[in-house]
Design a protein around this ligand. Structure first.
Ligand code: ZN
Length: 440
């Protein structure tokens, strides 16, 4: 038997997520069957993880924190052994697997899920006053299911949750089943498109389900009854946003889109796959936070369909979502993107210029400068390429890399290809810590 020890940090697959080496497999699908009691925050789960080895493996390591594993099967049989550590479940296989082998790990687990507390605050499964949200970004997925929590390891999801009858459960994708029995309701959602674990989510609350009229995609909202009128007003133009973004970025990447408004206030809205969640404080019936409605919707393309392989490239999510706010503003009678970009540039010229936009470091990956400076990179390209080529770039980028993993080099290559000349120097200059002067 090998002694158990953590691997050295140099093995980290993502420097922003220390202690998580490449596990030697990629996941094809997660099938989660969860029994949940809101009253006691008690979760009983069975997770089936279907994966393929990328190198010969004697052990399979999944991330899981704060929940107790009761049973493990590999391809239906008992493994040689398994052991649970605070952040991992390590399964010793009965016989080693060669590279390229498919296998399924079935994990039965239970407990009271809690958010993981770290440098990014509370992430993952979190109890609300009367319900639950999952805010998985960037590393909270192991708070509620065993997984390989890397943004680059995307998989299909099927999530079944049973909960007390008064509660509505919303998960990623399309609802395929809703069965009531003995005071409980079982909800089944399927998300066949590749989904990063941090974008998997379950939202539980006392919600009314609304259908938002118009637009090219079915859009639902789940809202506490007292907030319905305000949410209807604030989401009234979301179908028009959907139309605009499908024109600009190509087809919406998923079958439907859901917006959840929680009864509690939330610090920030958050995107999940085919879903976004807003706090009660983000709806006021006057459209005050409409730019955030646009921002979260844009993440369905930039972040959820095109997902970074490692977190250092997060500007490819946030810079684009921020730029989409400016595009929506321009298209909806607000200030145009150039005016907003100039104001942002002037503001950032007065701020410390010590953040490398394409590698801000784990502590500053959610710094507003990454968002705004990321958007300024795009505006600088727009001024350089001209309107027609820039529009082609946005669409080409989103369509070519649909449902895949991206990085800054891939974006530069795409931009150079659309421009018909290298734009590396321009992009690198705008990504660098020192803010360039406004283009003459
Ligand atoms: Zn964002």
């Amino acid at each position: 038997m090998r002694p158990s020890r953590e691997r050295p940090a140099t093995d980290d697959a993502d420097p922003y997520l220390p202690g998580r080496p490449d596990p030697g497999f990629t996941v094809q699908s997660y099938d989660l069957d969860l029994d949940y009691r809101v009253a006691t925050n008690r979760l009983d789960g069975v997770a089936e993880v279907a994966a393929t080895t990328t190198r010969p493996l004697e052990e399979v390591r999944l991330e899981l924190t704060g929940l107790r594993v009761g049973d493990v099967r590999v391809d239906g049989a008992r493994p040689a052994r398994w052991r649970q550590q605070p952040r991992h479940l390590t399964v010793r296989l009965a016989s080693a697997l060669p590279a390229g082998a498919s296998f399924t790990v079935r994990v039965a687990y239970q407990g009271q899920p809690r958010p993981l507390v770290g440098r990014w605050g509370d992430v993952g499964w979190e109890e609300l006053t009367d319900g639950v949200i999952v805010a998985g970004q960037p590393d909270g997925a192991p708070s509620w299911f065993p997984c390989h929590d890397s943004p680059g390891d995307k998989a299909a999801f099927r999530v079944a949750v049973s909960a007390e009858a008064p509660y509505t459960v919303v998960a990623n994708g399309v609802r395929t089943q809703r069965t009531a029995r003995a005071g409980r309701v079982r909800w089944v959602y399927e998300q066949p498109e590749p989904t990063a674990p941090y974008l998997a989510a379950v939202q539980v609350g006392r919600y009314d389900e609304l259908l938002l009229a118009g637009g090219p995609v079915v859009q639902r909202a789940y809202v506490p009854r007292p907030l319905v009128a305000r949410a209807r007003a604030d989401l009234a133009r979301q179908p028009q946003m959907m139309t605009l973004f499908t024109e600009l970025f190509g087809p919406y990447p998923f079958a439907e889109y859901a917006v959840v408004v929680t009864a509690d206030d939330l610090e920030v809205p958050l995107e999940a796959q085919a879903m976004s969640t807003f706090g009660a404080n983000h709806v006021d019936g006057r459209g005050t936070w409409e730019r955030l409605v646009a921002h979260e919707l844009a993440h369905q393309w930039f972040g959820n369909s095109l997902t970074v392989g490692t977190w250092r490239d997060i500007w490819l999510h946030e810079g684009f979502a921020c730029y989409a706010e400016w595009l929506w503003s321009a298209a909806s009678g607000g200030q145009d993107a150039d005016t907003l970009a100039r104001a942002s540039h002037a503001r950032h010229a007065r701020l410390p210029q010590d953040i490398d936009v394409a590698d801000p470091g784990p502590d500053r990956m959610f710094d507003d400068r990454v968002y705004q400076r990321g958007a300024l990179v795009l505006h600088a390209l727009r001024l350089d390429l001209g309107e027609e080529a820039f529009a082609r770039l946005l669409r080409t980028w989103a369509v070519t890399h649909r449902h895949s993993t991206v990085d800054t080099a891939a974006f530069v290559a795409c931009a150079s290809s659309v421009a018909g000349r290298p734009v590396d120097a321009l992009v690198r200059r705008w990504l660098a810590a020192r803010l360039p002067a406004w283009p003459a």
